[in-house]
Write a protein that binds this ligand. Structure first.
Ligand SMILES: Nc1nc2c(ncn2[C@@H]2O[C@H](COP(=O)(O)OP(=O)(O)OP(=O)(O)O)[C@@H](O)[C@H]2O)c(=O)[nH]1
Ligand SMILES: [Mg+2]
Length: 453
C-alpha cells in the first residue's frame, strides 16, 4: 500500500456540465470529511456499506464552493484498491482548480499520469495487460480498437499465458531439483510432459505473434496504398472515398509527387489511405523520389487499391515490378477500373474488377465495402489478436527460448542448460502479465496515461 494520498481531475480541463476529481489513498476519507458537508446526514460515516453516494456542499473554509456529489469507495473495493473518494462538482475551471488547491493544502499530492492505474496494478486489482488495455480503451476511436482493448481488459490471451507460465514453473522446479543431484543420473521432471508444455507455449505464442500485424493495423489504421499510372484518377478516388478535397487533382500526369494520407472509417474499422505518385518511367528527379515513396507505401500496405483507367496505362515492366511486391507482403489486392463513364473495363483485367467513376462517385461505395471485406476475410478474433508492441517483443524472445529448450531436450543434454532456458521462457511470459516486471518497464508503460487515470 502507498502511504501518500493522491488527487487529480479525471475529466479534461475546461468548461463542462460536471467535473470529477478523484482522491485515492489512506487520507481520502479524512479529506472528504474536512471539506464536504452532506445535506441530509450529519457526517460521513466510517461504517456501513460502500460504495456510498452523498449530496452536499463542498466547503472552501466557511464558504460554500459548490453543491456537489460525493462517491465513497472503501478499500479494497475500489479502482485502485485503496480508499477512494470522487467529487462530482460543476465543471467550472475555477471550482476544479480551487478544489485541487484545497486538497493540496490538506496534504494531498497531484497524481502523476497513470498513477491511479499503477496503484490498481500494484494492489493486484488488475494485471499489467489489463492496465495497458485501459490506455488503449481511452485512446480507442473506432469500434475495432475498442473491441481489441475491451477483450484485453477482460483477460484476453494474458490469462492463457499466465496459466502456461504457472505450469512451466512447476516443471521447472523439478528440473532444478535434478541439479542438486547432478552426480546421479536422475530425472524428476517428465520430459514428455515438458516437451508437450513447450510445444503448447510455442503454438500459442506463434499464433499470437502472427496476429500482431493485424492487431497493429487495427490499432493504427489498416494501411491501404492507392497505386496506378499517372492520371488514372488515384487522387480523385482518395477524395471520393474520404468525401473531402484532400489531394490535388489535375489533368496533368504526375500531379501527385509526395504521398498524401487520410483516414477513413468503414464498419468500425479505421483505414489509413495513402495516395501515391503515378508510376511511370521518368527522368524527373523529384518524380523519381515520389515513385520510390509510392513503392515504399506499396510494400507496407495490407490492402492495395490498384487503379486502372482507359487513358492511363502502366508499362508491362512496371506491372511486373508491382506484382511481386504485393505477393511478398500478402496484401489484399482490390482492382479498380476508373473512368467507366469513358469506357467499359478492359477485358484482360481480373473478372472481379470494380468499375467506378471516381469523379461522379459511382461505384465508390463498393470500394469502401471491399476494404471492409478485405479485413474481415482475415476474421479477427480480438481475444487472439496481439496489438501491443511490448507483448510482441516479449513473445518473440519467449519463442526463441522455447526453440532452444526443445533443442536441448531433443539432444538429451544436461539439466543445467535446460533449467537456464526454462527460466528465460518463464521470465518473458511473466513480463507480459506483470508477474515479473522491472521498474523501468512500469515507468514507461504508465507515463503513457493521462493524469487522473
Ligand atoms: N471522365 C473521368 N475523369 C476522371 C475520373 N476520375 C478522375 N478523372 C480525371 O482524371 C484526371 C487525373 O485525375 P487525378 O485524380 O489527378 O489522377 P492521379 O491518378 O492522381 O494522377 P497523378 O497524381 O498524376 O498520378 C483529372 O482530370 C480528373 O478529373 C472519372 O471517373 N471520369
Ligand atoms: Mg494524384
Amino acid at each position: 500500500m502507498q502511504d501518500d494520498t493522491i488527487y487529480a481531475p479525471a475529466t479534461p480541463e475546461g468548461r463542462s456540465a460536471v467535473a470529477i476529481i478523484r482522491v485515492s489513498g489512506p487520507k481520502a476519507f479524512a479529506y472528504a470529511r474536512q471539506i464536504f458537508r452532506p445535506l441530509k446526514k450529519k457526517h460521513i460515516s466510517e461504517h456501513g456499506s460502500f460504495p456510498q453516494v452523498l449530496v452536499g456542499h463542498l466547503m472552501d473554509g466557511e464558504e460554500v464552493l459548490d453543491q456537489a456529489v460525493l462517491l465513497l469507495f472503501r478499500a479494497p473495493h475500489s479502482y485502485t484498491g485503496e480508499d477512494v473518494v470522487e467529487f462530482q462538482c460543476h465543471g467550472s475551471i475555477y471550482i476544479v482548480r480551487r478544489l485541487g488547491q484545497i486538497l493540496s493544502n490538506l496534504g494531498g499530492r497531484l497524481a502523476r499520469p497513470g498513477e491511479f492505474t499503477l496503484r490498481a496494478f500494484l494492489n493486484r486489482k488488475m494485471s499489467l495487460t489489463q492496465a495497458e488495455a485501459v490506455i488503449d480503451l481511452i485512446e480507442a476511436e473506432t469500434q475495432a480498437q475498442q473491441r481489441l482493448a475491451m477483450s484485453q481488459m477482460r483477460g484476453g490471451y494474458a490469462e492463457r499465458l499466465e496459466r502456461l507460465r504457472t505450469e512451466l514453473l512447476e516443471v521447472m522446479a523439478l528440473v532444478e531439483l535434478e541439479l542438486d543431484f547432478s552426480t546421479e543420473d536422475v530425472e524428476f521432471a517428465s520430459r514428455d510432459r515438458l516437451r508437450g508444455l513447450l510445444e503448447e507455449i510455442q503454438n500459442v505464442a506463434t499464433r499470437l505473434t502472427a496476429s500482431f500485424a493485424t492487431g497493429q493495423a487495427l490499432r493504427q489504421g489498416v494501411p491501404v496504398a492507392i497505386i496506378g499510372a499517372p492520371n488514372a484518377g488515384k487522387s480523385t478516388l482518395l477524395n471520393a472515398l474520404v468525401q473531402d478535397e484532400r489531394a490535388l487533382v489535375s489533368p496533368i500526369a504526375g500531379t501527385t509527387r509526395d504521398t498524401v494520407e487520410d483516414y477513413l472509417i468503414v464498419g468500425g474499422v479505421s483505414f489509413r489511405l495513402v495516395d501515391t505518385a503515378g508510376l511511370r518511367d521518368t527522368q524527373d528527379p523529384v518524380e523519381i523520389m515520389g515513385i520510390e515513396r509510392a513503392f515504399s507505401a506499396l510494400s507496407k500496405a495490407r490492402i492495395v487499391i490498384w487503379v486502372h483507367a482507359p487513358d492511363a496505362r502502366l508499362s508491362k515492366e512496371l506491372e511486373n515490378q508491382i506484382r511481386p511486391v504485393i505477393q511478398q507482403s500478402q496484401a489484399t489486392l482490390i482492382t479498380v477500373w476508373n473512368k467507366q463513364d469513358l469506357a467499359p473495363p478492359d477485358p484482360t483485367l481480373t473478372p472481379d474488377v470494380i468499375p467506378i467513376s471516381a469523379r461522379t462517385g459511382q461505384g465508390v461505395e463498393i470500394v469502401r465495402q471491399a476494404l471492409l471485406q478485405a479485413v474481415q476475410q482475415g476474421s479477427v478474433n480480438p481475444a487472439e489478436t496481439l496489438s501491443n508492441l511490448r507483448h510482441y517483443q516479449a513473445l518473440s524472445r519467449c519463442l526463441e527460448g522455447v526453440a532452444r529448450a526443445l533443442d536441448i531436450l531433443n539432444s538429451g543434454q544436461g539439466s543445467e542448460m535446460l533449467a537456464f532456458e526454462l527460466r528465460e521462457v518463464a521470465t518473458y511470459l511473466g513480463s507480459i502479465t506483470g508477474a515479473i516486471t522491472p521498474d523501468e518497464v512500469l515507468g514507461a508503460i504508465f507515463s503513457r496515461f493521462c493524469i487522473g487515470k
